[in-house]
Design a protein around this ligand. Sequence first.
Ligand code: CMP
Length: 421
Amino acid sequence: MSNGQRSRDRLWEMLLTAATIWSVIEVPWQLEFGVSQRISTKVVQCLLTALFAIDLLLRWRHLWSSRRVTTTNARREDCPESLWWLLSDVPAAIPFALLPGPIGLVALRMSRLARLIQTLKLWRQRDIHNAGLLRLIFFVFWMLMISHWVACGWAALRDRLPGDKDGMHYLRALYWTITTLATVGYGDITPANGTQMLYAIMAMLFGVGLYGYGIGNVAHMLANIDQAQAHYHASLDRLSNFLRYRKIPMELQQQIFDYYSILWERNLGYDEAVILRELPEVLRVEIAVAMKREFIEKVPFFQGASPQLLREIAVELHPILFRPGDDVFRKGEIGRHIYFISKGTVEVIAGDGKTVLATLTEGSFFGEMALLHKRPRSATVRAVEFCDLYALDKATFENIIACFPDFAAHIKNEAERRAAH
Ligand code: CMP
């Protein structure tokens, strides 16, 4: 994906997020105070509907084209998940502003909430430099959002004081909500009947939970993040000095920093191999197996493999990350590793640089031919999306092939099948 396309996608995502935030603030208000008949409100409603409908169409098109990509080992469950997300957004795209008096339908727009939660989570994962700060910001954001919803509910249950307009009535409700959720509870506004008492009890219980979470969890989160972040920044500073000293071109430097950003996002910048190397042999094997269990379970061949083989392989598999568009290797290069895909998709590209021979996904392996036949790479392999791969070096591969005939037979069969294509 080009940079221009990426920033257009980001902009669109921000626009949708802003529209969603507006909706989830406005909807509870409208449920309490009614849909405003002002022309400006109608226009905003129509714009939001159009925006959500366009988003739905775009994502439908994207889902449709991604389903048509032929993959040799495609996971079928990928599609239902996207389809589910897509369907959950359909209610938000209903043009209720054009229908006469459908106040209940307004609530359908809250279905965007699921998408908002997902988007904010994604942002937090992506903006790794400010992960701690973002967590705090999102915590405050959700607190305000929940306060707004609780306040709208309280406003709906309470009778208005004489002379109070919508704004004042809401402000009183918000004041009660904040004092209750923050466990301050001045007691100047008290429930007047059973329903209000039940509502107040729920708000108080929720407030205690929120308060506990806020104080305990956020402080703990920050302490942990800071530790990892300090380690990460120290490594980055060292690397940055080195790159400047060796006068590496800026573009390449940026690529290296991007790589580290993703590494940070995935495992807080810790290099698994370095950490494992510091452990005693017995522990190293156990931890390697535990860390790679999830991946090993994804590789069909490993299901029937002996525990001994799995232990051998787990210790020697080294994680490598590739970004979309990166070449894992190019045709004609000397083969030094065989690769297993833990996450992501790669394309095997023929010598003309265009023909896609195969698309390989989670659980597949590649790069075996060059090692088996002691020939240069027969094709280029390129990452289509972010790919977590595990590499096994040539010497270990040859040892394992020699010691485990089943493994050798499987790899050789697959190599022959591929060569015949
Ligand atoms: P190697 O020749 O080492 O490097 C390119 C790799 O692409 C090759 O090993 C195989 O693992 C893989 N490959 C080549 N052709 C195909 C194919 N038709 N289908 C799937 N994988 C292939």
